[in-house]
Ligand binder design. Structure first.
Ligand SMILES: C[S@@+](CC[C@H](N)C(=O)[O-])C[C@H]1O[C@@H](n2cnc3c(N)ncnc32)[C@H](O)[C@@H]1O
Length: 305
């Protein structure tokens, strides 16, 4: 696999050799226990009886990594069909940690992994509105929530940038479409160069979605922006551009998660200064925790706004 396209990150990765080394290895497969249907102890005991080796994750409650051959296709296990666990990339578990309140809007929700994780975290209270622009991909959300038995998820089908402003939410999640470079350990095509026009369109979409997320958060509510790419244009530079034009001063939430290694968001790049609050954002490089690449920025809207 060629990593030439990643050269532009040499200046911002903390350990270039470890980064490339991690990218050359297959991605470990991670899952979490659906405690609505089975306890962690019972599921782990079922796995043990069948010789399925897993390693519980210290930092994320009820999450685990497959260590044996099942890692190739955990979705074929009976326990998956029974809704006893959900498969989700380890780094992608982070945004749900920052959800607050019980009314949550997930603007770009398909296939529904973060929606499901958030809905379970609400313990049956509240509502997660799972929105996606792709009708086709929305079916995957319904399959996931049905299989897991989640009853606090409703779905909507809008372009997130034009989401109706009638209701505001405690937390709005903008897990935007991106170039997905950080998923290359699972999907090597993610490192193929993108056509500049598509990148431009993508940037416009990401900005419009983040702006809308800021409008849809209640006063005192929270916005969570995430991508699975390393690209500064889709991460810090984009967030910087949007927050500078907000009619309120964002209250930044520190994204460090105990037990999960990460780097702070960049506050400058190639001579451009970004808002200082971005140091509270989180960059996850694949060698940090043997995961994919990820970016999360979280901020609150002031109460009086
Ligand atoms: C990164 S994926 C979301 C993954 C999902 N949050 C999860 O954890 O399973 C991005 C999603 O954004 C959707 N999308 C792209 N453009 C959109 C738009 N303008 N409005 C709403 N959804 C959009 C895509 O269909 C895709 O499902």
């Amino acid at each position: 696999m060629s990593f030439d396209g990643l050269d532009r990150y040499r200046g911002i990765v903390d350990d270039w050799d470890a980064f490339l080394d991690a990218l050359s290895r297959p991605l470990p497969r991670c899952g979490w226990v659906n405690t609505l249907k089975i306890s962690r102890q019972e599921l782990f005991a079922r796995f043990e009886r069948q010789g399925i080796r897993i390693r519980p994750l210290e930092w994320a409650e009820n999450a685990f990594v497959f260590e044996g051959p099942e890692a190739d296709a955990p979705g074929r296990l009976l326990e998956f069909y029974l809704g006893y666990f959900q498969i989700q990339e380890e780094a992608a578990l982070v945004p749900a940690k920052f959800v607050k309140g019980t009314q949550v809007l997930d603007l770009c929700a398909a296939p529904g992994n973060k929606t499901a994780q958030i809905a379970l975290g609400l313990e049956g209270r509240g509502t997660v509105v799972a929105n996606d622009r792709s009708y086709q991909r929305m079916r995957a959300i319904r399959n996931t929530t049905d299989r897991l038995g989640l009853t606090n998820v409703v779905m909507s089908h809008y372009d997130a940038a034009n989401y109706p402003s009638a209701t505001q939410f405690d937390t709005v999640v903008a897990d935007v479409p991106c170039t997905c470079e950080g998923t290359s350990r699972k999907n090597p095509d993610a490192l193929e160069p993108d056509d500049p026009e598509r990148l431009e369109r993508l940037g416009r979409t990401q900005k419009a979605i983040l702006r809308k997320a800021c409008r849809l958060a209640k006063p005192g509510g929270r916005v969570i922006y995430s991508t699975c790419t390393y690209a500064v244009e889709e991460n810090e530079r984009l967030v910087d551009e949007v927050v500078r034009k907000l009619p309120f001063e964002p209250i930044w939430v520190d994204c460090k998660v105990p037990g999960f290694r990460s780097a702070p968001g960049l506050t400058s790049h190639e001579g451009q200064e970004f808002v200082a609050g971005l140091s509270h954002a989180m960059r996850v490089w694949p060698h940090h925790n043997d995961t994919g690449g990820f970016f999360v920025a979280v901020f609150d809207k002031p109460e009086e706004w």
